[in-house]
Design a protein around this ligand. Structure first.
Ligand code: ADP
Ligand code: MG
Length: 269
């Protein structure tokens, strides 16, 4: 398994034009995500993880700009697609789950409307069908009493429940790839574990591949198959998760691992 490449990022470079000159936030980044796997992208705050995710989906805003590279998804270079086709890729091909579940939802629409919008905007359901599909999705992400919750507004839900809504939106169109950018960082520890468990379950049930972005190696240990370590805009190490915990090669990787409570440094031989 995990043999077919789904996403192939090659030499991706994204620059921010600042008063002090261009800053290469993402600098010649290359990695692949294979079908059915979870690739963890780990690095400290400011290392370029979110800009990488936004670049893949061509959502970088000025003063940022993609300066080079390729983003091959199912054989097409997303950086070359017309914007209209790119809009179809977003959500239906690759969806993005953000860190902050409150700001990612619109406070003036019900969660049912917002999940339904994900379906109708991609032609996956008519307005009439949408509500029943939304209730199914709420069930899938294990929100209790979905028939009643569908009419709730975001502020009526806890942070963990809002993150479940965002996961429902992300999987609504059954995209092959979900990018989750620090999906549990804003949540309490017990809720974090539940959301990671839900992501694992959704991945298996809907045959997703996951690009899981985090600053927390503990999250990687529990969730990822392989890991790419990002530092100052570059990938400094890439390995199967088991290998990286046993034998991290890069000093920066070792310093990230040392931050995990209970990590003993692996075998010292
Ligand atoms: P991470 O998600 O790993 O915490 P980001 O991808 O958000 O980091 O940011 C990486 C780098 O990109 C930052 O350290 C900063 O130098 C640069 N950057 C991000 N957004 C902007 C911006 N709006 N203007 C200028 N530089 C930015
Ligand atoms: Mg980030």
């Amino acid at each position: 398994m995990h043999d077919t490449t789904l996403l192939d990022v090659r030499g991706l470079t994204t620059v921010f034009d600042t008063a002090n000159g261009p800053v290469r936030a993402v600098d010649e980044v290359s990695f692949v995500v294979r079908e059915g796997e979870t690739l963890g992208l780990v690095g400290e705050s400011g290392s370029g993880k979110s800009v990488t995710a936004l670049s893949i989906l061509r959502l970088v805003q000025p003063p940022g700009r993609i300066a080079g590279g390729q983003v091959l998804f199912q054989g097409r270079d997303l950086l070359q697609l017309p914007e209209a086709q790119m809009r179809q890729v977003r959500g239906a091909g690759i969806s993005l789950i953000f860190q902050e579940p409150m700001s990612a939802l619109n406070p003036v629409f019900t969660i049912g409307d917002q999940i339904g919008e994900a379906l109708t905007s991609h032609g996956r359901a008519s307005r009439a069908e949408a509500r029943a599909r939304v209730v199914e999705l709420l069930e899938a992400v294990r929100i209790p009493e979905p028939q009643r919750r569908v009419d709730d507004y975001p502020h009526q839900l806890s942070g963990g429940m809002r993150q479940r809504v965002l996961i429902a939106i992300a999987i609504a169109c059954r995209p092959p790839l979900v990018i989750a950018d620090e999906p549990t960082t804003a949540l309490d520890v017990t809720i974090q574990a539940q959301i990671l468990e839900l992501l694992r379950e959704m991945k298996a049930r809907f045959s997703l591949s996951l690009l899981l972005i985090t600053h927390d190696f503990g999250v990687i240990a529990e969730t990822a198959d392989r890991v790419a370590v990002m530092y100052a805009g570059r990938i400094v190490e890439e390995a199967p998760v088991r290998d990286i915990f046993r034998a991290p090669k890069h000093a920066y990787t070792r310093s990230l691992l040392a931050a995990i409570p209970g990590w003993t440094g692996g075998p010292s031989d």
